[in-house]
Design a binder for this molecule. Structure first.
Ligand code: SF4
Ligand code: SF4
Length: 387
């Protein structure tokens, strides 16, 4: 079904360093999935974390953690939640532990694709129309697909299959709200995450429906089915960083990614190294700011602290247990390592584009120095008061 050929050229361009002891990832080892079955991760705090998304846990006091903050965050997740819960009774928590079911049949008449480059251009236009902020296209690569998905009725392994004939992956980026990201850590800030997930749920379903109307297979996907970060790198959307995020020239690390698996004939993007790796080599702002020291300070390494780390890829890897433990304590997601990152800027502004040129040049130390005073947390109460 999948193209399993080694993709060394693309890997090198995308900054992906796979070693001989590589193993595909089992979704049950994902830290969020472990929170449901692994007693070393599941605690009263993690249960309260999930309950807070249903307002069952009492909101805490403090700026950014009051009832309206949790209410905003939970409302922001609504569209994603409605989609995800549709088939939960069948064991499919779609978008997270299962790909999203098709709502549109594949049309019996196939649209003729004579020019792959033109078809890719059109798909990018359609993706933007359906509110994706970035779009890249790459080939299917079985290495990044989970060995099994999870049946959420009993947390058992279930087949992680895609339809026959899938050849390409359309990778979409969804910008997170800059003002809210500035307030991490806060339940208010979590609304930036939830709104992006709700948007991506709508976008991947609509782009997939478009392709199915053209007579080709298309499977909408969020965090399910395959790791999205290597796909975003392969699709040329950005470069991998110390904070485990993909840094993009448009939004830095301030976005989320989704994907669509398709049989539609498409031209593929070619990744280009940007220079982010060299910048992260001289910067440790994210690792220093992490309250639980879950991010590495040194060079990229193979493996990680526990089973939630991908095996056989040399990269910066967080200690997911420490990280998620902090989320549970907050009763909300954390992205301090996104907030403080010097690349967390609005590159629509010319002076930030100028800074980007400096950061990606041999003068990167000057760019880091210029960033020294940025990245402080903004009070969530100011977000409510402004505008
Ligand atoms: S999300 Fe928060 S806890 Fe996790 S690595 Fe980033 S700063 Fe640390
Ligand atoms: S904070 Fe610095 S080291 Fe961390 S990801 Fe951003 S640029 Fe890289």
């Amino acid at each position: 079904m999948h193209n399993t050929a080694p993709q060394n050229d693309t890997d090198a361009r995308a900054g992906i360093d796979v070693t001989d002891d590589f193993e595909r990832f089992a979704q049950r080892n994902d830290i969020f999935t472990r929170a449901f079955w692994d007693p070393t991760v599941r605690t009263k705090q993690t249960d309260a974390f999930f309950a807070s998304y249903r307002m069952e846990a009492a909101p805490r006091r403090g700026d950014g953690f009051g009832q309206r903050d949790f209410a905003l965050r939970n409302a922001s997740w609504l569209i994603s939640d409605v989609m995800t819960d549709r088939f939960a009774q069948d064991g499919r928590r779609e978008g997270f532990q299962a790909p999203i079911s098709a709502d549109t049949p594949v049309a019996p008449i196939r649209f003729d694709v004579n020019d792959l480059t033109e078809m890719s251009r059109e798909i990018k236009k359609v993706s933007r129309f359906f509110k994706a902020d970035l779009c890249g296209i790459t080939s299917v690569d079985a290495r990044w697909h989970y060995t099994a998905r999870i049946d959420v009725r009993d947390m058992s392994d279930a087949p992680n299959d895609l339809p026959e004939g899938i050849t390409s992956v359309i990778v979409l980026g969804h910008e997170m709200d800059a003002d809210l990201v500035d307030t991490y850590p806060a339940a208010t800030a979590g609304a930036a995450t939830g709104r992006a997930y709700s948007q991506e749920a709508a976008t991947v379903m609509q782009v997939a429906a478009y392709i199915r109307n053209l007579g080709y297979e298309a499977v909408p996907s969020m965090n399910d089915t395959a790791l999205v970060i290597p796909y975003a790198l392969k699709a040329g959307l950005g470069e991998y960083a110390r904070n485990q995020m993909v840094i993009t020239p448009e939004f830095g690390p301030r976005l989320r990614f989704s994907k669509i698996f398709t049989s539609l004939p498409l031209a593929h993007d070619v990744p280009e190294p940007l220079g982010v790796r060299a910048f992260c080599d001289i910067c440790t702002k994210c690792a220093e700011a992490c309250p639980v020291k879950a991010l590495p300070f040194g060079a990229p390494e193979v493996g990680g602290a526990n089973v939630s780390a991908l095996k056989g890829v040399r990269k910066w890897t967080s200690d997911a247990e420490k990280c998620f433990g902090f989320w549970a304590k907050l009763a909300s997601d954390c992205a301090i390592c996104m907030r403080v990152c010097p690349f967390n800027r609005d590159f629509r502004k010319w002076y930030h584009r100028l800074w980007l040129r400096l950061a990606l040049s041999p003068l990167r130390r000057a760019a880091l120095w210029l960033d020294a005073k940025r990245g402080a947390r903004k009070k969530p109460s100011l977000w409510w008061e402004n505008g």
